[in-house]
Design a protein. Structure first.
Length: 193
């Protein structure tokens, strides 16, 4: 049984979330909860990225089940339920592909793997004048649900940084703006860049 007071509280919370300026510094309201972000360094401090403060390294036993391939992501940061994840890989780029070429290649591989998959257009994003970042998103299929994926690619110094965010498709609108900001604000600290 629903009570009018409960509906009013939910409406007030939604209205407050919509009126607030949200940013990585101030946090984002996601699923009715304020998610705070902090600067995290990855890959021996080569990469700096804002990640939710509550996220932890996914335990090896869970990552082996969730990503059974031997090519599972090198770094997996997850919430405590292990259903919202940030994944990171640094891949060799011997052909020195540009960020745009790498993104097109990834998109082609995804389309060949699952032709029914809808991949949204690749959007070139620039952060500052140095770092080219390309992001795109798509829905994939898990065992019993659809999964929202947001991918970011950056080519630098003979390597490609691949960042992926995933969550249940039903939560994508709650996360999408925050995730976009996470990837657009990443920094490469490598001397190779």
């Amino acid at each position: 049984m629903e009570y009018t007071d409960e509906k009013i509280v939910l409406l007030k919370m939604e209205q407050r979330e919509q009126q607030m300026e949200m940013s990585l510094e101030d946090g984002y309201y996601i699923n009715g909860k304020l998610e705070q972000f902090s600067l995290t360094k990855l890959f021996d401090e080569q990469i700096s990225v804002y990640l939710p403060q509550t996220f932890v390294d996914m335990p090896e036993q869970i990552s082996a089940l969730k990503y059974p391939s031997s090519f599972r992501p090198q770094i997996i940061k997850t919430n405590l339920e292990c259903n919202v994840n940030f994944l990171f890989n640094i891949l060799d780029n011997p052909d020195r592909l540009t960020t745009k070429q790498a993104a097109n290649s990834f998109r082609q591989v995804l389309a060949k793997t699952n032709p029914a998959m809808k991949i949204n257009e690749i959007k070139a994003e620039k952060k500052g004048e140095v770092l080219d970042i390309i992001c795109f998103d798509f829905i994939s299929y898990g065992v019993d649900e659809q999964i929202y994926n947001f991918m970011c690619l950056v080519a630098f110094g003979g390597t490609i940084l691949q960042g992926v965010f995933n969550c249940q498709e039903s939560s994508r609108f709650d996360w999408k703006n925050a995730v976009r900001e996470v990837f657009l604000n990443l920094k490469i600290n490598s001397k190779r860049y």
